[in-house]
Write a protein that binds this ligand. Structure first.
Ligand code: M6R
Length: 610
């Protein structure tokens, strides 16, 4: 999704902006641009396509400036082209701005501005902002006041950075519903939509909150509301390193992130298991643990892969905590006026912590007085800050658009929360201890699964030209079937569907023929015999089959075309193991098809618009 980076200081901003934009590429974009001030003149350079094209253009121009802003755009209003790319400038080219988010009342504002004589160059909603600000400047206000007045007329969401060549000592930034962070340096300051864009320069940051407007000069920073009330802001220290967000020798971020899972799981578990008690300790939930244990219902709300993690969480919470649990798409929850009772606890799961639908659902639940809890990966993200309490997954930065290590760390945290609640209810110490012991063994078991990478690559070669796939699983592994299908479709563009295996005979079985590979998630658990019957049904209709099976299951080899054997664990934790071969299968198929694995078409890492 769109990215923002800005610089004001004593160095040439051009390479800083380009490097910042490269760091933001992983979010997904279709065009890029920068705006700078050179000798009191605004210069905007932009193009459709990659940041590297923009870099080539800029090299020829040989520009120098101490102030500038840069943007990667992911089209929402208007096709991806140079005119629609940001920055957008006013008619006399004195003001330019970049915008993440959506201006919902842009048509009304645009009509009004056209009546005042303004001419629009792009099809974007963002362009209204620059003319609206210009309109206030023409009435005699300074830039800061003009931005405040303009934003009080705007409905929608924004992360904004604005520069005015007649006030070249400042960048104005504003946030509502789209993340922005200010980086504090020595005689230089930064603005970014994501800390990774500025981490090479500073670790001191200030998070802007919704409704805040910041005036950033090279040696000062201050924040106000749209009504010009001063706001005190706190400086935070970032602990993430640049190494953590590099590819580390792997061909793709996705492969690196799949391979990192033994380590990320260790990080999710570190210091959180109490062995003697067969329980867990989660600092972020300490203040709410009693409320949580006594809650009458748990609702889990999320999108995409995080929603799949929520489905596994439902099985865990209901089996061990005996608390009725519902899992909702955040996009549905936010609009359907959900019934929320005073004893409900609502978890919001999000890797990025910035997903617009999940954030909106959270605000809705908070307004209705629910206990709102986060399970987030990105530290300091909006969801992490908006919730009453929560748990970080500690998977480290996930750059590949396809979520992998974030998913397994979400499942791990859900298992830890299950232990925390269930041990305070009916789970015995011995049973709790068994879960805790099995959790500790997972990283080694994942290491073992990762050694199957070559075998999985061979299977990928065999199936890379298939145009459809079916994924089937039962119980805890039904959500894994959904997740396996999502991984495949999002990076290989192969149509894939996940189903509870028993549902096959209610429809999907009509699709089975020799062109329909079916992936069965079939570890030896209480549903094993039933899955075997489903495999037989597919075989009888000529379907080709791949099974994710237990390492001691020799029988299954007689039945399926390919089997991928994984170590045993207790039922509730199997999804953390069974999903890994599915991540690798999707990865290798996409690579063999020559596709952009880390930045698949039309997708963004963090979906910060509706
Ligand atoms: O950052 P979040 O976990 O809130 O993101 C939710 C989804 O957008 C995300 O999981 C998406 O489905 C992934 N691309 C799946 O790999």
């Amino acid at each position: 999704m769109c990215g923002i980076v800005g610089y004001i200081g004593e160095r040439n901003c051009v390479p800083i902006l380009i490097n910042g934009l490269k760091r933001l590429e992983y979010r997904g974009y279709d065009s890029a641009g920068i705006g700078i001030i050179d000798n009191n003149k605004s210069i905007v350079v932009k193009n459709k396509g990659k940041v590297s094209l923009l870099e080539d253009k800029l090299e020829e121009l040989n520009l120098y400036s101490n102030i500038g802003i840069g943007h990667t755009r992911w089209a929402t209003h208007g096709i991806p082209n140079e005119l629609n790319a940001h920055p957008h400038a006013n008619e006399d080219n004195t003001i330019f701005l970049i915008h993440n988010g959506i201006i919902e009342n842009y048509q009304v504002l645009k009509k009004g501005l056209i009546n005042f004589g303004y001419k629009f160059k792009s099809e974007t909603d963002s362009e209204v902002l620059v003319h609206l600000i210009d309109n206030f400047i023409k009435k005699g206000y300074d830039l800061t006041t003009s931005v405040q007045l303009a934003l009080s007329e705007v409905e929608g969401t924004y992360g904004l950075a604005i520069v005015y060549s007649k006030e070249p000592d400042k960048i104005i930034a504003a946030r509502k519903g789209s993340p922005l962070v200010v980086g504090i340096g020595d005689n230089e300051n930064f603005i970014a939509s994501d800390v990774s864009a500025i981490l090479a320069h500073t670790k001191q940051v200030i998070y802007l909150e919704d409704g805040e407007i910041a005036v950033i000069k090279k040696d000062s920073f201050n924040a106000t509301t749209v009504h010009n009330d001063e706001i005190e802001k706190e400086i935070h220290e970032i602990t993430m390193t640049l190494d953590e967000i590099d590819r580390g020798g792997y061909a793709h971020f996705m492969l690196k992130e799949i391979m990192e899972q033994p380590e990320t799981l260790r990080n999710s578990l570190r210091g959180r298991i109490i062995d003697d008690e067969g329980s867990s300790v989660l600092g972020g939930l300490t203040d709410v643990v009693n409320k949580l244990v006594n809650s009458k219902r748990i609702i889990i709300t999320a999108c995409g892969t995080s929603w799949h993690a929520g489905l596994v969480g439902e099985y865990m919470f209901e089996q061990f905590c005996r608390i009725p649990t519902e899992v909702e798409y955040a996009s549905e929850f936010r609009y359907r006026n959900p019934i929320i009772e005073k004893d409900d606890a609502i978890f919001f799961i999000s890797q990025s912590g910035e997903t617009a639908d999940t954030l909106a659902a959270l605000k809705e639940a908070k307004m209705k007085g629910a206990l709102v809890l986060g399970i987030c990966n990105a530290v300091g993200s909006s969801i992490a800050r908006e919730t009453n309490a929560g748990v970080y997954t500690h998977a480290g930065p996930e750059i590949g658009v396809a979520s992998t290590k974030a998913f397994t760390s979400q499942l791990t945290v859900l298992a830890l929360i299950t232990l925390l609640i269930a041990r305070r209810k009916s789970l015995s110490r011995i049973d709790g201890k068994q879960i805790a012991d099995e959790l500790r063994l997972l990283p080694e078991k994942i290491e073992k699964i990762l050694t199957l990478n070559d075998q999985i690559e061979v299977i990928a070669e065999e199936f890379k030209n298939s145009t459809n796939f079916l994924y089937l699983g039962r119980g805890y592994n039904f959500p894994v079937a959904l997740e396996g299908a999502l991984k495949l479709k999002e990076i290989s563009y192969i149509h894939a569907e996940g189903y509870p295996a028993a549902e096959m005979k209610h429809g999907p079985i009509a699709l089975i023929d020799e062109n329909m590979p079916v992936v069965f998630i079939a570890p030896k658990d209480s549903t094993y015999e039933k899955i075997i019957s489903n495999i037989q049904e597919v075989k009888a209709r000529g379907g080709r089959t791949i099974a994710i099976a237990s390492e001691d299951d020799n029988d299954i080899d007689q039945l399926v075309d390919y089997s991928i054997k994984i170590p045993n664990t207790i039922r509730m934790l199997t999804p953390i193991l069974t999903v890994i071969p599915l991540q690798l299968l999707a990865y290798h198929i996409a690579v063999k098809k020559g596709l952009n694995v880390d930045q698949p078409r039309n997708l963004a890492k963090s979906v910060t618009v509706e």
